[in-house]
Design a protein around this ligand. Structure first.
Ligand SMILES: CCCCC/C=C\C/C=C\C=C\CC(=O)SCCNC(=O)CCNC(=O)[C@H](O)C(C)(C)COP(=O)(O)OP(=O)(O)OC[C@H]1O[C@@H](n2cnc3c(N)ncnc32)[C@H](O)[C@@H]1OP(=O)(O)O
Length: 285
């Protein structure tokens, strides 16, 4: 019998393969659902933190655990998507950063660093089915993947300067891994949110399709490209492209954390964030 061991069902829980329908849950929490298609071996990770999948400590931790679950279950690839019809992820949860408690702020940023390193450095092929808006941290998740497909009439980009904050190096590096330098610099300095059409034009997304199902199918097609490629050779090749960015953060984690805390707790950042949040709340009324 072909057995899959699910880390989050407990080390001793064995799930018999073929006793389940084609799509099978590997692990799920209140905030994420990780399902694998037994025929293709490709896993889909659905973010499910209504209303906007803003990334708080718990969601970030669940995303990281899910990536690790997909890897340890030897999935052939991982697709990130959202349970919302209009938002992929609204980025970092402002409530983690506005008037924060220091210990929680530290845990939050440390979890974001770990999640990024796990996703950006994952050995398995990764793809994002962007079925809604993807500002800031939402864009970071998408650009950390190897392939992106997006639905029409949404927006994506690193808008940090609009909020009065500076995107850390590793956010920029994820952008630069996808965009030409000049486009990335112009976009980052303006805090530009690209429409789907603009994102495709500059190469921020690879394809545009009309439905979430088509987006998942496109991601599966992308991951299918590696069917005949030795996974070890593939993973090492990917690693060589990304290792400098990963090491840069790994070696400067504490410094990056301190820079974040200093920037976020600065009274002028708090004032800018407060005004931005106020505006967001007014708009949503
Ligand atoms: C060199 C040194 C560097 C040091 C590092 C220093 C600093 C770096 C630090 C931080 C980096 C941060 C990156 C980020 O990710 S910040 C987050 C940026 N995100 C945004 O700007 C998105 C804001 N949201 C929107 O634009 C819209 O909500 C969206 C288009 C996503 C969806 O629109 P929709 O109309 O569907 O929904 P809304 O009605 O606007 O929102 C519903 C509800 O959700 C609340 N909300 C939205 N986004 C967030 C969020 N990111 N965090 C928390 N809450 C959010 C919104 O306020 C509404 O709430 P309510 O009014 O219903 O209570």
């Amino acid at each position: 019998m072909n057995i899959i061991r699910s880390a989050r069902f407990g080390a001793s829980t064995l799930i018999p393969k073929n006793c389940w329908s084609v799509v099978r849950s590997i692990s799920s929490t209140e905030l994420t659902k990780l399902e694998v298609n037994d025929k293709t071996g490709i896993a889909v990770l659905t973010l499910n933190r209504p209303p906007v999948n803003s990334l708080n400590l718990e969601l970030l931790t669940d995303i990281r655990n899910s990536i690790k679950d997909a890897e340890s279950n030897k999935c052939r690839g991982l697709i990130l998507t959202s349970s919302s019809n209009s938002v992929f992820s609204a980025g970092l949860d402002f409530l983690e950063m506005y008037q924060p408690k220091e210990e929680r702020l530290k845990s939050f940023w440390t979890a974001l660093q770990s999640t990024w390193m796990t996703l950006y450095g994952s050995k398995i092929p990764t793809a994002a089915a962007i079925n809604g808006h993807a500002p800031a941290g939402g864009c970071l998740l998408a650009t950390s993947c190897e392939y992106r497909v997006m639905l029409p009439k949404f927006t994506i980009g690193l808008n940090e300067t609009l909020i009065g904050i500076v995107a850390p190096n590793w956010f920029m590096n994820s952008y630069l891994n996808v965009l030409p330098r000049r486009v990335a610099e112009l976009a980052l300095t303006q805090g530009k949110m690209f429409t789907t059409a603009e994102a495709q034009q500059v190469g921020l997304v690879d394809d545009v399709v009309n439905t979430k199902e088509e987006a998942i199918a496109k991601c599966e097609e992308f991951i299918g490209l590696f069917k005949k490629i030795n996974p070890y050779a593939r993973a090492l090749t990917k690693q060589q492209f990304r290792i400098n960015h990963l090491q840069e953060l790994e070696q400067n984690r504490e410094q990056d954390l301190q820079a974040f805390i200093a920037a976020i707790t600065n009274p002028s950042t708090q004032a800018a964030m407060g005004a931005y949040l106020e505006n967001l709340k007014k708009r949503s009324k």
